[in-house]
Ligand binder design. Structure first.
Ligand SMILES: [Mg+2]
Length: 367
């Protein structure tokens, strides 16, 4: 049996904004176009759940949102910041699943079939992922669990906000049956209109449709619709992960400002990263450390080496250098991480040293 998760961040852009400025957390937050006192054009991109209580929702004209709640916190879309945050979310998910398909900036399928046994294990595993995302990034998400992508996606929608929902394969059909056809994953407004005109208002009705009729109306997609309405989806995850970096992070049991404690943690992580590099046959060129202070502010500092290497020693010494240079003295650190990037695959070669001219490497190019 396959075990698929759909992990979807809750009100992602607005949640990112709340993270950056916690003082807006208890207010309605609307991310999108400039409302210009009601004259603004463009739409709402995302809003938090407080804003939703006033009837505001994604894709609504910003002028309308303004009329609904003039004193809401209106913020522009900060793509770069959301992309960076998204990368962090995806990195956490990838720690837990060998196969991940990112479907949007804040959403990914994860195949955990080889990580857990059965549905109970999957629920616990999902809770762990959710907890990691919450603890490490401070962001809420919802997770749907099932045996295929379609049901995982639909389960996730039902889990929102901030929940986890399991829909067992055998319960899929019943789970979907009462929903409007428009709610079925992959059905847009136009298709839904057409289906309703054909007499299929609910997914349950569509599940009992005459397949030939559907294929006549929608072509090959008609057969797919029929299967989906019955909770069937054989599609595989599209693994769109190109390994770009490998890293580890450690949260200290007690926040520390001791450089030696940070170095010890780095040493341990560097060894793990080294093992992973060797297993995957990658050499690296850039070492990055992450320092998160007790107030959750975070600093990333990188150092580039002259040549690729797969040596733990090179990784650790660069990381030590970065800590000494950048860790703010006396400031309590909550978490520390080390990451290598600029990866070069040397598949087919026994060792990196057999194709890279490999004298001792002199790090260059401090940021
Ligand atoms: Mg989302």
């Amino acid at each position: 049996m396959r075990l698929i998760l759909l992990i979807d961040m809750d009100y992602f852009f607005a949640a990112c904004e709340e993270l950056r400025d916690p003082s807006i957390k208890d207010k309605p937050v609307v991310v999108g176009a400039d409302p210009k006192a009601g004259e603004g054009r463009g739409v709402v991109s995302t809003c938090n759940y407080i804003a939703r209580k006033y009837g505001i929702h994604s894709a609504m004209p910003i002028s309308q949102a303004y009329r609904l709640k003039k004193d809401a916190v209106f913020l522009p879309v900060d793509d770069k910041y959301y992309e960076e945050t998204s990368a962090k979310v995806m990195a956490i998910i990838k720690r837990y699943a060998a196969k991940v398909e990112q479907v949007s900036i804040d959403e990914a399928f994860a195949d955990i079939s080889s990580n857990v046994d059965g549905y109970n294990g999957a629920v616990e595993y999902a809770a762990m992922i959710k907890k990691s995302i919450k603890e490490e990034l401070g962001l809420p998400c919802s997770i749907g669990i099932s045996a295929n992508k379609l049901l995982a996606k639909m389960a996730c929608t039902a889990a929102k906000p901030d929940g986890i929902k399991l829909v067992k394969d055998e319960d899929g059909k019943a789970f979907l049956s009462q929903m409007d056809v428009e709610m079925l994953y992959g059905i847009g407004e136009k298709t839904a209109e057409k289906l309703r005109a054909m007499g299929y208002k609910t997914v349950g009705e569509l599940a009992k449709a005459n397949q030939i009729k559907l294929i006549d109306a929608f072509g090959i997609w008609g057969a797919e619709l029929y299967k989906n309405a019955n909770g069937i989806d054989d599609s595989e995850l599209v693994d769109n992960d190109v390994v770009k970096s490998i890293g580890r992070e450690t949260t200290f049991e007690k926040d520390t400002s001791e450089v030696q404690a940070m170095k010890d943690a780095i040493r341990k992580m560097a060894e793990e990263v080294g093992k992973e590099l060797q297993a995957k046959k990658f050499a690296f060129k850039v070492v990055t450390i992450k320092i998160r202070y007790s107030d959750f502010s975070e600093h990333l500092k990188s150092r580039s080496l002259r040549q690729h290497t797969d040596k733990v020693e090179d990784m650790a010494s660069s990381a030590y250098f970065l800590i000494e240079k950048y860790a703010e003295k006396g400031r309590a650190v909550r978490k520390i991480g080390v990451r290598v990037s600029g990866l070069l695959a040397y598949k087919g070669q026994k060792k990196i040293s057999s194709f890279v001219n490999y004298p001792r490497l002199k790090p260059v190019g401090f940021p």
